[in-house]
Write a protein that binds this ligand. Structure first.
Ligand SMILES: CC(C)[C@H](Cc1cn(Cc2ccc(C(=O)O)cc2)nn1)C(=O)N[C@@H](CCCCN)C(=O)O
Ligand SMILES: [Zn+2]
Length: 317
């Protein structure tokens, strides 16, 4: 594919105007951003389930049609997530080696989900009640891309406690990316694309996981076999700890002094990429996070003390 690098404008899922990089040639404008790593490529599944589908081609480099919104956000937010990992953690794409970022939108019919397939991001349109097109939320895209970071580093097995940590890392970095770009930042997940007719709700809350029925203490962990052993359920334990580490608070009588998003992000990134292994459980997660914080700030630092307090607050001792 040859052509000129160009900047297009368009409207995202929620009607917001934004600009993004495209490749233009005699065929028209492709959602190809050659300025980041080996490139960001966004495809159209045309409501079927073959991936990646067709590379997105637009006629005039202006992406204002309703059908374009999902692609505009998938492309733009993938670029922002790339920038977060490069600029904040010096990681070039999800593998650290500039891997291409492939996204497919309009996957399936009224498909209420988004996922990392093992090689690319995939976004459904939602049914319009439970979800609107799922690429419309930056925390969701960063959630999916963090699965790729995890798979190319700790490679946490997607079940039971290692799977819950895998899921929590995706929620943590999804939230940190949303804060980094100051995109209506909060400690909820998927709020921008979940239940358009219900204000103030979200898929999951990191501040209070019990709002979606998930545990906020290790003693309340799910031990069944559903959801790959509760990977989207027991993630609440780590999500609550992450909220406390960044923001501070008192939980079940344990007080945590917040250290802020940036330090928390550096600690979790180092934990994920240097210490966690495929079979890590919550106990090893605590030890690893303390070690990462010790490497960065010293054994007697306030940051290490807050990591210990955050894990103790959620019952991981
Ligand atoms: C990231 C987030 C937007 C997305 C949200 C999501 C969507 N679903 C299915 C789903 C469908 C319908 C409802 C309903 O209330 O009617 C709720 C949930 N479950 N979770 C999600 O969490 N997807 C999983 C997909 C995992 C697929 C297995 N690898 C993930 O990326 O972890
Ligand atoms: Zn996930």
């Amino acid at each position: 594919l040859t052509g000129e690098d160009s900047t297009a404008t368009g409207k995202g899922v929620l009607g917001d105007t934004k600009s993004f990089n495209t490749l233009v040639n005699s065929n028209g404008s492709y959602l190809v951003d050659r300025t980041r790593g080996s490139g960001i490529f966004t495809y159209d599944a045309k409501n079927r389930t073959r991936t990646p589908g067709t590379l997105w081609l637009d006629s005039d480099n202006v992406y204002n049609a309703a059908y374009d919104g999902a692609a505009v956000d998938a492309h733009t937010y993938a670029g922002q997530t790339y920038d977060y990992f490069q600029d904040v953690h010096s990681r070039n794409s999800y593998d650290g080696n500039g891997a291409e970022l492939i996204s497919t939108v309009h996957y399936g019919r009224s498909y209420n989900n988004a996922f990392w397939s093992g090689s690319q991001m995939v976004y459904g349109d939602g049914d319009g009640n439970t979800f609107v097109p799922l690429s419309g939320a930056l925390d969701v895209i960063a959630h999916e891309l963090t699965h790729a970071v995890t798979d190319t580093s700790a490679d946490l097995i997607y079940q039971n406690e290692s799977g819950a940590i895998n899921e929590s890392m995706s929620d943590i970095f999804g939230t940190l990316v949303e804060h980094h770009f100051n995109n209506k930042p909060d400690w909820q997940v998927g709020e921008d694309i979940y239940t358009p007719s219900v204000a103030g709700d979200a898929l999951r809350s990191m501040e209070d996981p019990t709002l979606s029925g998930d545990p906020d203490h290790y003693s309340k962990r799910y031990t069944g076999t559903g959801d790959y052993g509760g990977v989207h359920i027991n993630s609440g334990i780590s999500n609550k700890a992450a909220f406390l580490l960044a923001n501070g608070g008192t939980h079940y009588g344990v007080t945590v002094a917040g250290i802020g998003n940036d330090k928390a992000g550096d600690i979790y990134y180092r934990t994920l990429t240097q210490y966690l292994t495929p079979n890590s459980n919550y106990s090893h997660f605590r030890v690893s996070t303390i070690q990462a914080a010790t490497d960065l700030y010293g054994a007697s630092s306030a940051e290490v003390a807050s990591v210990k307090a955050a894990f103790s607050a959620v019952g991981v001792n």
